[in-house]
Design a protein around this ligand. Sequence first.
Ligand code: GLN
Length: 500
Amino acid sequence: MSATDLLRLSAAELGEKVRAKETTSVEAAGAYLDRIAEVEGDVHAYLHLDRETALAQARAVDERIAAGEDPGPLAGVPVAHKDVFTTEDMPTTAASKILADWRPPYDATVTARLRRAGTVILGKTNMDEFAMGSSTENSAFGATRNPWDLDRIPGGSSGGSSAAVAAFEAPLATGTDTGGSIRQPAAVCGLVGAKPTYGGSSRYGLIAFASSLDTPGPIARNVLDAALLHEAFSGHDPRDSTSVDAPVPPVVEAARRADVAGLRVGVVRELGGEGYQAGVQQRFQESVELLESLGAKVVEVSCPSFDAALAAYYLIAPSECSSNLARFDAMRYGLRVGDDGSRSAEEVMSLTRAEGFGPEVKRRIILGTYALSSGYYDAYYGSAQQVRTLIKRDFDAAFENVDVLVSPTTPTTAFPIGERTGDPMSMYLADLCTIPSNLAGNAALSVPCGLAPEDGLPVGLQIMAPALADDRTYRVGAAVEAALAERRGGPLLSENAYAV
Ligand code: GLN
């Protein structure tokens, strides 16, 4: 097979060909590594690449297959891995100067399961520092560009992962979603991204941002590929105390089933209207009509507390981050500044944190410390937790009457690089629609639903389902994907300039 043909295959197809010995893991990894060498100068999706480490993994997978082992449907398939998961054989930085060159002594559970599934980790992808951001501009190592338009952001915080997949620098990528960091980058790059049920995928070895929200999940070019990756790394992990001890929902079966006949779909009234880009609204509306034409029963649903979700999130996430990031104290990991024998440990900590953290991370630590301080705790953190309960109740009430909820994934398409960096509030608005599912912990997925007519950029449809009903999001996503591909006469992604 030619290298271009290999790159064009879906992850599912590539895995099949490796198992059928029509190609090898080494060949597939080689094709992707060459592709990376060709376009990485434009896109900058990766923070760490090491051809030899990747090829060594690929050779090992080929040997397992030659020895008659069956590692599963993704064996031999390359993956781009967000640089927030620890990896024994590669640095892990969370895109922060404070962890530059840090080499973890162990693999995250997600990493270990990627290896168990026989995937080949090509490299580590760029992100907003400690996953705080919506554009990947908060990386300490330079921004990533959106393959649809190099002057625009690829979303964030998993923007290196989304850009890598959209530019065909990997067929699959991992991400983490604390407030939208998988679904939003997937949406603005024309990809599928899923936030599993909280606790459905392990946080062990994931560098913590906000522990009650952080959720690893897949980014892929189509729904089935996302489901295969979801299944490969999810499931109970005794090393994560909030891991759910339940079987992984049947997401692969659901992606193959792809039918919505009789399904009850709720359109969330609060997630739309004023402030949403016209083309986003239009494509969203068309998707709702499409679902109806496929046999779904559509109703409007009101979730009034969603209006307070953003405010609650920006108290809870910074509060948790201020506590989690206390571990970067210059004593245990990474950077140490000013340790010349003349300074106290406290002074070294302070100098290190001043130099090692970027402005957004510092803003969050200060916000969180304030919200948790005595005298303000009840007014800020306490009220935010109450709002969180109300949001969960809105979801529970809605799911009594509908099977899934839908909304646009983001209020706008990808915005220009630099447009929102000076205005944190406008940056925070990118996650208006995704945050409720993080606060409530339920499953949600974004699937491409067309290009906005005014700018020709991808729009995402968000599908939300109850906790542990992740399979429903895949079922609906796959149905929309299939119907749209039929209408367009091909996949949306092929229209991007970096498609092969
Ligand atoms: N953009 C949101 C934030 O900055 C969400 C980030 C995420 O999901 N990791 O917090």
